[in-house]
Design a protein around this ligand. Sequence first.
Ligand code: G2I
Length: 476
Amino acid sequence: MSNTSVPDIRRPKTRAGARIALVSLTAAALAAGAALTVATSANAGTTLGASAAERGRYFGAAVAANKLSDSAYTTILNREFNSVTPENEMKIDATEPQQGQFNFTNADRIVSHARSRGMQVRGHTLAWHSQQPGWMQNMSGAALRTAMLNHVTQVATHYRGQVVAWDVVNEAFADGNGGARRDSNLQRTGNDWIEAAFRAARAADPAAKLCYNDYNTDNWTWDKTQAVYRMVQDFKQRGVPIDCVGLQSHFNSGSPYPSNYRTTLSSFAALGVDVQITELDIEGSGTTQANTYRNVVNDCLAVARCTGITVWGIRDTDSWRASGTPLLFDGSGNKKPAYDAVLSALNNGAGPNPTTTPPGPNPTTTPPGPNPTTTPPPAGAGCTASVSLNSWSAGFVATVRVTAGSSGTSGWTVSLTLPSGATVTNSWNTSASGTSGAVRFSNATHNGRIAAGQSTEFGFQGTGSASSLTPTCTAS
Ligand code: G2I
């Protein structure tokens, strides 16, 4: 198979087996951090992004740079979505067309469009067998390994602080029975190429969530799903830095939405990673298509660590599978029944808010290299707190991890001082007092009690800028 061919997305031939406080941000400034729980008063419940944000999640779209001049396209993008994934512009052939010569022009256009409007960006993708530039297709062995790691480092460094999550490695497993790795020039550099890519990405951008992304991993009983599950489990056990699993979820009659999809989402989440639906499209039309979209959204809402959904394009005519009319808007930009189903599921569906963790080392192991956002657990009583920040031009989201000392806690308070100009607009899993200067966050009713050495997390969102925060923790 050519390295530039479109992935074969088919069913394998065999298989084994209370609305929160509204904040007065404009729609354009609607923030979209992975753990975000915020909505605009103007758009609450009326757009995909605002409704998802009320559920602590994002709703994104794959975006093509050459469509940003199409006003019908950008009108829908800017109104409905609060997360963006460049469809092709961050891929290896686009960003490093000649070895060592990087081109970020088109990807930067998308990132700038998104971030200037308060949308988050998912990076796609750093290491992949497909869409490799010619020079890389012709490489092998140690030279390829070095080139791949350099690519990961350079691209993740360029977007450091601007990309909330990276698809670090894409589609590394084979279809069909057996759960083997896909053969590729990257795989032939050694089975550890995936973890090497993840370690390089963590070193380059410690705050980005690092995801493994694949297709045909939606059905819990399929060998490929189980193989990816075992890899993620192994990575978590050995402290390889991985924070999330992306399920592409391209559904059609040959690769249908599986009734055990929610089991797949919750099983991955139980490994201690976030789950993201990264490339959703569902071929079909009318009520049938709408019902499947509704099921997918309800499944995500039912799993606390399913932190967001991205659809792979905006209008049917923008899709890589346009003839299957798999998206939420028709070619004229009209909302389809599938759109209404998704919006109503986001507004009405039951389910917990996300309980995300910041990227960082597996707490049970020693990761390679420093992580500036974490604080070691205390030796004595009391508690400690560490902050992970996701900042953009207009604001920031802080995720705070509170770790109990040797006596455990029955309650806790985290104090910190915000830089001048920074204001807290929203918080979750905490009771906040003060919005600027010295602010305090106390436990909510459900998370005051922490066993010795264990942790809980809360978060807050702010406007203004906060490049670093120094928290202190007091236990009761
Ligand atoms: O194949 C669907 C997706 C499967 N998962 C990974 C995604 O990255 C992948 O996206 C698709 C894009 O939607 C297509 O737009 O990836 C394809 C390539 O693997 C993209 O197709 C390419 C064509 O192959 C090129 O000929 C074309 O120049 O799109 C390029 C830009 O339109």
